[in-house]
Design a protein around this ligand. Structure first.
Ligand code: TXA
Ligand code: MG
Length: 348
C-alpha cells in the first residue's frame, strides 16, 4: 500500500515530514515534490533500498541517480573534492534546478552512480523537499517519480498513476513549478558540459563559468554507458507524438492539416498548442469529438508552457487519443531549449 500525506507546499507540517523522513531513513521509497518534478527518494547510502527503487521504477541499472542534499556542505561527503567552479555555481544557483556531476567519493554506492566514477548532486529549492532533507539528515537519491520512460510527474496524482502500490509514501505538495527536470552540468571533465538542458540556461551558466559547452546531439556520453536520460526516446506518452517545428504559423498550419486528415480517417487526435493557436485550431475543434486540444500557454510564456508540458501528455494519454500532435515552441536558451529537448525525446 502506498500512503499519501498531503502537506502545504510553502509551510509543510513538521510532523508529516518527520514521518516521511523516518521512512526514508529506514530504507523506504518516498515520492516528494521538488521545484522541477516529483522525485522518488531513497536513502542514498543504503544499497538495498536503492536496488528496490530501481525495481519499483522499472529503471535499468545503468542509469545513474541524482543525490539530493540540503546544502553544499553535504556535498563534501559525496565527492572527492569540491572544485571552485562547483562552489561558484552553487553560490549562484542553489537551491535550484541545477545538477552538478563531480568525481565521486567511494562512500557513494555503485548502485547510485551505475558504476561511474562520478556522482550527480543537487540542492532542490522546493520548501517541501528542503524540509524533508533537513528532517531526514541523509543524502537522498531521487530520480523522477515515474515509471521508466513515462513523462516525469508534476503532480502527486501522476506519481500514483505510475507507482501506486510499488512505493511506501507520496508527499503531496501540489503541482511543481518548473515542470521540466533540472539542468545537468558535468564538471568532471576538462570542459564543463551540459548533459541535459533545463531551466538554468547555458547563458546564465556562462556568466559564472565562461567555458561551459552544450553537449552536441548524438555525441556519446563519457563514462561506462550512455545513460537512458540521454537516450533518444524517453519521457514519452503512450500515444505516438509528432512535433511540428519551424516558424510558428507555418508549423501550426501543417499540424492542422495533419489533424484534420487523421480525424477524417476516424482516428482520435490529441493536440498540444499555444494560446496563440486558438484561431487556427478552430477548424479542428469544429470537428468535435475526434480532437482534444490542450493549450499550454502563450508561446512567449515558456515558464507556463514547461509547467504544463508533462501533465498535458499524461492527460491526452488518459483520454485515449491514438496520436499526439504538438506545435514546436520558440526560444534559444533555457526553457526553450529544454522544452525542445523533451519534445524531441518524446517524439517518434
Ligand atoms: O529535476 C530533476 O533533476 C529531477 C528531480 C527529482 O530532482 N530528477 C531527475 O532524475 O530528473 P532522473 O533520474 O530522472 O534524471 C537524472 C539524469 C539522468 O539523465 C541521468 O543519466 C543523469 O541525470 N545522471 C545522473 N548521474 C549522472 C552521472 N554521474 N553522470 C552523468 N549523468 C548522470
Ligand atoms: Mg527521469
Amino acid at each position: 500500500m502506498t500512503d499519501v500525506i498531503r502537506v502545504d507546499p510553502v509551510h509543510p507540517d513538521a510532523a508529516a515530514l518527520a514521518r516521511a523522513a523516518n521512512c526514508l531513513r529506514r530504507g523506504g521509497l518516498v515520492a516528494f515534490p521538488t521545484e522541477t518534478v516529483y522525485g522518488l527518494g531513497v536513502h542514498a547510502l543504503d544499497r538495498a533500498a536503492v536496488q528496490r527503487l530501481f525495481v519499483a521504477k522499472g529503471r535499468p541499472a545503468n542509469d545513474p541517480l541524482i543525490v539530493h542534499v540540503e546544502s553544499l556542505v553535504q556535498v563534501h561527503d559525496l565527492v572527492l573534492n569540491v572544485p571552485d567552479a562547483a562552489r561558484d555555481l552553487a553560490a549562484r544557483f542553489w537551491p535550484g534546478p541545477l545538477t552538478l556531476v563531480l568525481p565521486r567519493s567511494p562512500r557513494v554506492p555503485d548502485e547510485v552512480t551505475a558504476g561511474l566514477s562520478t556522482v550527480a548532486v543537487r540542492v532542490p529549492a522546493h520548501p517541501v523537499a528542503r524540509a524533508l532533507l533537513a528532517a531526514a539528515g541523509i543524502p537522498v537519491a531521487a530520480p523522477s517519480a515515474n515509471l521508466f520512460s513515462r513523462p516525469s510527474p508534476t503532480r502527486a496524482s501522476h506519481v500514483l498513476d505510475d507507482l501506486d502500490g510499488r512505493i511506501d509514501l507520496v508527499v503531496d505538495g501540489g503541482a511543481t513549478e518548473v515542470g521540466v527536470e533540472s539542468t545537468v552540468l558535468d564538471l568532471s571533465g576538462v570542459v564543463p558540459t551540459i548533459l541535459r538542458p533545463g531551466a538554468v540556461s547555458l547563458d546564465t551558466l556562462r556568466a559564472i563559468l565562461p567555458r561551459v559547452e552544450p553537449r552536441s546531439p548524438g555525441e556519446p556520453v563519457r563514462g561506462a554507458m550512455p545513460s537512458p536520460g540521454m537516450l533518444e526516446r524517453h519521457y514519452s506518452p503512450r500515444a505516438p507524438l509528432t512535433v511540428f517545428d519551424g516558424a510558428s504559423a507555418d508549423a501550426v498550419a501543417r499540424l492542422v492539416r495533419e489533424a484534420c486528415a487523421s480525424i477524417a480517417q476516424g482516428r482520435r487526435v490529441g493536440i498540444m498548442a499555444a494560446d496563440e493557436d486558438r484561431a487556427a485550431l478552430a477548424e479542428v475543434e469544429r470537428l468535435g469529438a475526434g480532437a482534444i486540444v490542450s493549450y499550454l500557454g502563450s508561446e512567449h510564456d515558456l515558464a507556463t508552457v514547461a509547467s504544463r508540458l508533462y501533465a498535458a501528455m499524461r492527460e491526452l494519454d488518459a483520454s485515449g487519443v491514438e496520436r499526439i500532435l504538438v506545435r514546436g515552441f520558440p526560444g534559444d536558451d533555457g526553457l526553450g531549449v529544454a522544452i525542445r529537448d523533451r519534445l524531441r525525446r518524446a517524439g517518434v
